[in-house]
Design a protein around this ligand. Structure first.
Ligand SMILES: [Zn+2]
Length: 142
């Protein structure tokens, strides 16, 4: 796979340097059959360094998950070798089963099969809280 010649696929650009593996895992790309190119510490005028991920397949990416990990990522959809759509991400108001509550007494720790739901309670500081016990979710910071 030539990384610059995706015909149908997705390019995730402007990933904060060092976060590309987190994105890779969050999108379950290890379970996919398609070619994935991971570029780390690419020089960027705007950011100094950035990571880029290219997926050589027409997959749906979960923009909520991506926005939660890093709202600065730009998502470009490639069709027939052309960029047909660019998506800007934002912090989602709510994420389901993206992060687990770390409170051992939380109902999600006790009862199996419950969805782990976190809501954004402070947009400026990117703080999410568990909807069941209101424990602050430790979002991995950069
Ligand atoms: Zn909880």
């Amino acid at each position: 796979m030539k990384i610059d010649s995706i015909v149908n696929g997705i390019v995730l650009d402007h990933i904060t340097a060092g976060k590309v593996m987190e994105v890779y895992e969050a999108l379950n790309l290890d379970q996919m059959d398609c070619s994935v190119a991971i570029m780390k510490n690419v020089k960027s005028n705007k950011m100094g360094k950035k990571d880029i991920l290219k997926i050589d397949n027409d997959v749906e990416v979960d923009v909520d998950v991506l926005g939660y990990i890093d709202p600065n990522i730009t998502v470009t959809i490639i069709r027939n070798g052309k960029a047909v759509e660019k998506k800007k991400l934002q912090l989602p108001d709510k994420v389901v089963n993206v992060v687990k509550c770390c409170n051992p007494r939380c109902i999600t720790s006790i009862e199996e099969g419950l969805d782990h739901i976190a809501i954004l309670t402070n947009k400026q500081e990117h703080i999410y809280r568990c909807i069941y016990c209101e424990t602050k979710i430790n979002k991995k910071s950069t």
